[in-house]
Design a protein around this ligand. Structure first.
Ligand code: PMV
Length: 376
């Protein structure tokens, strides 16, 4: 039996900008996880609490995989199906013996009543499925290859996705992430998965960023689940990444991400907070100019309460609901208390989350266990 887990994520800065190849975002892994267990079985099936524990069978069509519960297709599991398909394809291409298995997926990335928190559950599930299936098939894949497989799988479900959530789920810690150019991911006819793993992905950059001990991040959940892809679709329907309003946003976002990276390395929390305020203002301007629906009354209130307590705050991710973050000095316990009390009064749920250090992911035994004494 193989058991793997991958963490959820939050955007510290650079959301929307990261949709453009070569533009950076800072994304942090948080300690809510997708867990995947694979056990040998006569046929491959998928069981997941994302769909009330239903058993999904697999339908194969060439290199494609579809998941079905009885006769109904499970469209919400498209990236899981794509993850299974790409691992199985690599197994075939490497002439390894095919293995079937029961794939069980559980997560603690949802809130009360199973509502989406916006912590990147789909990305964490995709990354954990790839890791677990790769180990089940005894493929020895380094994290960079697992990220690439996850990216190829996710793009079949959402062609616009930046993959920042996949990078955080794969590597942990805080990553400075730049997406690959989608043109570099257009594979020539007859491509193999190993080609995709080894050819250059122009624009891609994933680097770990140090987390200073003095940094505290409070996370508030607005209680309204939001679909990020919808807001991104609005952006593309209104001029997309070529729009000059988006271009002005990009310049401000890039500069802020660069300065936050330096401030994090210096442990200068006041400078991190000042830049977070600039990112929040740039997102608000982009939202106003292009009508993306990033800011909601609950997110504005979340930011106002945190600012009143002396912290810097912003929506995290695509907005429209989900979560916002407040950045403050870890020593300022009064401010932290004022924020969480104020949020609760305003109907915003403070989430108790910790950063998952990247070292935890580097040492696979901490997050991924293989039973029967096989080394992970
Ligand atoms: O809402 P989230 O946390 O899934 O973040 C979306 C971030 C975007 O840049 C808007 C989209 C993306 O794919 O990076």
């Amino acid at each position: 039996m193989i058991e793997c887990r991958a963490p959820g994520k939050l955007y510290l800065a650079g959301e929307y900008a990261v949709l453009s190849p070569g533009r950076p975002a800072l994304i942090m892994a948080v300690d809510r996880f997708a867990r995947v267990r694979v056990t040998d079985a006569a046929a491959t099936t998928v069981h997941t609490d994302l769909c009330a524990g239903h058993e999904h069978s697999i339908a194969r069509d060439g290199d494609r995989v579809r998941l079905r519960h009885h006769d109904r297709p499970a469209d919400q599991l498209a990236s899981v199906a794509a993850a299974i398909a790409i691992v199985e394809r690599l197994v075939r291409e490497r002439n390894l013996p095919p293995r079937t298995g029961r794939v069980e997926i559980t997560t603690d990335l949802h809130g009360t009543g199973g509502r989406k928190l916006g912590l990147g559950s789909s990305a964490a599930v995709t990354v954990a499925v790839i890791d677990a299936l790769a180990r089940h098939h005894e493929l020895r894949l380094p994290p960079a290859h697992r990220y690439r497989l996850a990216m190829l799988a996710s793009m079949t479900a959402d062609p616009h996705c930046s993959g920042g959530d996949l990078a955080a789920a794969t590597f942990g810690g805080i990553v400075r992430y730049q997406r690959p150019d989608p043109r570099a991911l257009r594979m020539p006819p007859g491509w193999t998965v190993d080609d995709a793993l080894h050819r250059p992905w122009s624009g891609l950059s994933i680097t770990p960023v140090e987390i200073p001990p003095g940094l505290r991040i409070e996370v508030g959940w607005t209680g309204s689940p939001a679909r990020s892809a919808e807001r991104v679709a609005v952006l593309y329907s209104r001029g997309g990444t070529e729009d000059p309003r988006y271009g002005r946003f990009l310049a401000r976002s890039d500069a802020a991400v660069d300065r936050i990276t330096v401030a994090l390395a210096d442990g200068d929390i006041a400078a991190v907070a000042a830049e977070i305020r600039l990112v929040a203002a740039s997102l608000a301007t982009l939202d106003r100019e292009m009508g993306l629906g990033i800011m909601t009354p609950a997110l504005s209130e979340l930011c106002r309460i945190a600012e009143a307590a002396g912290a810097a705050a912003k929506p995290s991710g695509a907005g429209g609901g989900d979560c916002g973050i407040a950045v403050l000095d870890a020593a300022d316990l009064d401010a932290a208390r004022a924020i969480t009390t104020g949020w609760r009064r305003a109907g915003i749920d403070p989430l108790s989350l910790a950063l998952v250090p990247s070292t935890a992911l580097a040492s696979s035994t901490a997050v991924c266990a293989t039973q029967k004494g096989t080394p992970a």
